[in-house]
Design a protein. Sequence first.
Length: 376
Amino acid sequence: MTSLEELRTQLSDVDDQITDLYEKRMKICEDLGICKIKNGYKTFDRQREKNKITEVMGKVSSDFNKKGIGEVYELLLAISRKLQYKQLVEAGALGRLPFIGIDSLDKDTARVVFQGTEGAYSQAAMEHYFGKGCNSYHVHTFREAMEAIEEGAADYAVLPIENSTAGAVNEIYDLLVEFENYIVGETIIPIKNTLSGLPGTDISEIERVYSKAEALMQASHFLGEHGNWQQISVANTALAAKKILEDQDKHQAAVCSAYAASVYGLSVLADSINDEKNNSTRFIVITNQKVFLKDAKKISICLELPHESSSLYHLLSHFAYNDLNMTKIESRPMEGKSWEYRFFIDFEGNLADPAVKNAIRGLREEGRNLRILGNY
């Protein structure tokens, strides 16, 4: 009977042969890449690779080994493509992207739009990024803000895209696909709601509380301690604060930010009433120009994937092979295609980096309808 050490020695010998053959294969792939570049051939031929995997699966015996060799060759072919994408980039392909690097945004003269009412968190985010007193106006919906940018009525829009506890703002992701607008910046604002009422109001006088439905839920523990209060939902927290001012009723209060309370001259009756004390929202700054700051460090893209096995795995491998750190992935259903999804990905990098260009080349070849949403 063969001993364990003898079997391990045999396995090591086979591994030596495999690594030697792997290097030989990659050298041939490198020569193939040069040939493809010289003759203008495509790097990725999906059908040819499917045929190759079927061919090698037919050369092994058991069903288990068929699946195994199929998986091995899927990976081998993916590695070969990455090598050839790298060769393409080094040869100058994708050397220029349709984005222009700029030193800074023109914050002093820019016109900025935000969604919501005066006192909204979006206004606070805008002032945090552009400074107090910036030339701004507000609209009722996210769509109106995107339209204002597309039409040139405003230079920039500031819109919420993600909350640390509630998650993604799905409508913003959908609008980023629909409109030809681009992300050029971001800012994060802590969400610290208060209970605010008319000056001179005592908390014992409150009977009705107004706010956005999500804000009421986020303060459920505090509001639950006052079970006799009627909770009434309105469009947003700033609108709730505005209503308290307009109604001049001491029996009413708003769940809103301290910023909104100050805008409408309300008094804070209870501070930091959120259940989650570390709640924050990330806002993006959008323009209709294909520009990016030269010192930008994050890239957002979206793309669709073939509805087939391992497609997401192969897509994500482009980040690993190019040493790029993916920070977020989000999926959204595709309109008119049941159970098919569009993926939104954030990763660290700059559009001028060779590794980023290489990864984007691979993603564009193997995915569908890739769009660079911004570098910021």
